[in-house]
Design a protein around this ligand. Structure first.
Ligand code: SF4
Length: 380
């Protein structure tokens, strides 16, 4: 599916926004849709168009949801979404025609239901896959209905209008693909050459990024803009390190050195405990987990980011291995001095020089001093 410009012309009509969608009042539903628009990086007025589309039963997409090698974390995370709850999403925003974990039926009956839904909605349904796909030995390491999941995914992708790989396992293989990768686990993109697959990685992935992607598709008929890893830019465009609440401590050279030490209890930066926030692109610090506004996230509760959304970082780089620092300037003060295409050491070095030249590399200088003299931590 091609990306296209979104027309935000205010042809909205508030009277077309329905009452009581998913058990939400009209006001709550509008507030929710405006939040989705802002998550997508769109103007608040786009929330009205999202509200009109999401509240229109005729525009509910059929969804076929498959599982591969995984822990069911992506479904679990969606079940714990509160705005709206999954059952509301199922009943009022999408038509979930097949889901292995949630289906009441089993065996031949549920397989028949899946095929019937795929035939009835050929070319129109949304295929969502969670879990990696084993490819070694003909894919025999994960079978459903006596058929390798590899075949299930290829078959369902044939007539899908759009494909979403939900979670790190589906996006790039996840933990199963870590060395020595005994099952030859791969992400969905790698087994469907030539198909556009939207990757929404995370372990677990954030349910709001999924909901926002689906609502973008339902409302505008297009996928959101994607980065070079096929991830929606609205969700994976910024470094965690740039939006982290502990960033002022990083810039000031205040680090937790052990779990439970005074710096850890004081909420200082987790860089020296192996935090991968400086090399991980995700909106976790902005939209949080568990519930919008009242939620939390790993770094917020004192656990270093382990880079679960980044291929080659999560499940690959040692948990306590120090992260590469891709940007040195404190956030919100100056334009970014390195972007995600420029990760070479030469570029980072040049960026640091530029930062030093304009006098904003105080954080980098503090870091360098701390690295050179690890015993010189300020006492909490
Ligand atoms: Fe936050 Fe981690 Fe960056 Fe420290 S290193 S500021 S904890 S993202």
């Amino acid at each position: 599916m091609r990306e296209q410009r979104i027309d935000l012309a205010p042809d909205h009509d508030l009277s077309r926004v329905p009452d009581g969608v998913g058990g939400l009042s009209r006001r709550e539903f509008l507030r929710y849709c405006t939040g989705v628009a802002l998550t997508l990086g769109l103007a608040p007025v786009a929330g009205l168009r999202i509200a009109e589309a999401a509240g229109n039963p005729a525009r509910r997409p059929s969804v076929i949801w498959l599982h591969g090698q995984e822990c069911t974390g992506p479904t679990e995370t969606l079940l714990r979404a509160e705005h709206p709850r999954l059952e509301r999403l199922i009943l009022d925003m999408i038509s979930l025609d097949y889901h292995e974990t949630l289906a009441a039926a089993a065996g031949h009956q549920v397989e028949a239901a899946k095929h019937a839904a795929m035939e009835a909605n050929a070319g129109k349904y949304l295929l969502v896959v969670e879990g990696s796909v084993p490819t070694k030995d003909g894919g025999i390491y994960c079978k459903i209905a006596n058929k390798p999941v590899l075949q299930h995914v290829q078959e369902a992708a044939e007539h899908a209008a759009a494909i979403v790989a939900f979670g790190s396992c589906a996006a790039w293989g996840g933990v199963q693909s870590a060395g020595p990768n005994p099952t030859g686990a791969k992400g969905i993109k790698d087994i469907l050459p030539g198909k556009t697959v939207v990757n929404i990685p995370g372990c677990p992935p954030n349910p709001y990024n999924f909901l926002a992607t689906v609502l973008h598709y339902v409302t505008f008929g297009t996928l959101p803009a994607l980065d070079e890893g096929n991830r929606p830019k609205f969700a994976y465009g910024r470094l965690i390190h740039e939006n982290c609440e502990r960033r002022p401590h990083f810039d000031a050279g205040r680090f937790a050195l052990e779990f439970g030490d005074e710096g850890h209890r004081q909420g200082w930066c987790l860089y020296k405990l192996g935090c991968k926030g400086p090399m991980t692109y995700a909106n976790c610090p902005s939209i949080l987990f568990n519930d919008l506004g009242a939620g939390t996230w790993p770094i917020g509760i004192g656990h270093p980011c382990f880079g679960c959304v980044e291929q080659g970082v999560g499940f690959t780089r040692g948990v306590f291995q120090l992260s590469d620092v891709l940007t040195h300037a404190p956030p919100n003060a100056f334009p970014p001095i390195a972007d995600r295409q420029e990760h070479s050491s030469a570029t980072v070095g040049a960026a640091a020089l530029i930062g030093g030249a304009v006098g904003v590399a105080l954080g980098a200088a503090a870091m360098a001093a701390k690295k050179a003299k690890p015993d010189a931590e300020p006492s909490p």
